[in-house]
Design a protein around this ligand. Structure first.
Ligand code: SF4
Length: 329
């Protein structure tokens, strides 16, 4: 996607993804003899500048998490290219891949399940240091205390266990663990989705502060467009494994062009009378990625679909100023 490769040219891209594809084979039918191909990610290109945040937004089942996992090679992409600071991530193996992984970490959605309840905070946060460094036990302990304080917690918590913490505190511990090896890039996969609304803002503020202090680059994944707008510099709206719209965060919010983005925005409550717009109700759910619709994948739910949309697939094109849209309109 030349258009995406050129968007945001003013900054040095730290992470660049070109035409990423991830297909899963799903066994089906009697005796599982009729496997089908699930197109979880289907030709995604994006670019994240150093110290910036790209927000990846869309409903559940749109392939957001799979994109994040493929970038970090927690799962292997079917095809495509991933570059981190110019290095071909998919071409790495062995020691060079392990070294690269120190720079790229992930914070998972649900801290209640991502943290081992049998491990103390010292073990949880210190584990990457124990595995990847030759630090002594006391040095690891000091580093864990430092990391806890960095995420706004007391170092006195190191001997406690996950069940002794609230959801917000657990997510801070998960962030501390992700920061243990001084990464440069974090994939934040719905980091506040499992938290109370009152705690979400605190965790987001903490993440933004850490980004400034540690000069981090983020890929922020969420189904919540308002949250994504708040934290992101650029936004990519995904649907059924493809990017529907891609632009500067304010531009997406002020001037959404794709009917899917407009529907997501219209579902966002706003107290501002001028920002309130007619609610667009999307019929049905996200189609089965093993059997995507022909033409525009959004056409079965699109209120503006035409005959052409059911047959011809639109491509992501720059409609001006780096604002990319995949829609015949
Ligand atoms: Fe809707 Fe057609 Fe645009 Fe797809 S191409 S979003 S179906 S108007």
């Amino acid at each position: 996607m030349k258009e995406i490769a050129d968007a945001g040219r003013a900054y040095d891209a730290q992470v660049e993804v070109k035409n990423l594809v991830k297909h899963f084979t799903q066994a089906g039918g009697f005796l599982r003899r009729n496997p089908s191909i699930v197109r979880a990610v289907d030709g995604v290109s994006l670019k994240i500048e150093h110290k910036r945040t790209l927000g990846l937004v869309g409903e559940s089942g749109c392939g957001k998490t799979t994109i994040g996992r493929c970038i970090l090679r927690l799962i292997e992409p079917t095809s495509g290219e991933v570059y981190f600071e110019g290095t071909d991530v998919l071409g790495l193996s062995g020691r060079r891949l392990r070294k690269m992984r120190r720079d790229m970490q992930m914070v998972f959605q649900n801290p209640f399940s991502s943290l081992d309840p049998r491990m103390s905070v010292l073990s949880i946060v210190g584990e990457p240091l124990q595995t990847h460094t030759s630090l002594s036990h006391s040095d690891i302990r000091d580093r864990v205390v430092e990391l806890l304080e960095q995420v706004g917690m007391s170092g006195e918590h190191i001997y406690r266990y996950p069940h002794e913490f609230s959801g917000g505190q657990l997510q801070r511990i998960a962030v501390a663990r992700a920061l243990a090896l001084n990464p440069k890039f974090l994939v934040l996969d719905e980091p506040t989705a499992a938290l109370d609304v009152s705690v979400q803002a605190q965790v987001i503020a903490q993440l933004m502060q850490l980004q400034r202090e540690l000069e981090l680059t983020y890929l922020f994944i969420s189904h919540n467009l308002t949250l994504v707008h708040y934290i992101s510099d650029t936004i990519a709206v995904t649907y059924l494994g493809k990017i529907m719209e891609y632009a500067d965060a304010d531009e997406i919010f002020d001037n959404p062009l794709h009917p899917y983005t407009q529907a997501l925005l219209s579902a966002t409550p706003s107290l501002d009378r001028e920002l309130r717009q007619e609610r667009v109700i999307l019929a049905g759910g996200v189609p089965d990625p093993a059997n995507p619709p022909p033409g525009c994948v959004f056409h079965p739910r699109c209120p503006r679909a035409t005959e052409r949309c059911t047959k011809v697939e639109p491509h992501l094109v720059d409609v001006g100023g780096g604002h990319l849209v995949s829609c015949h309109l």
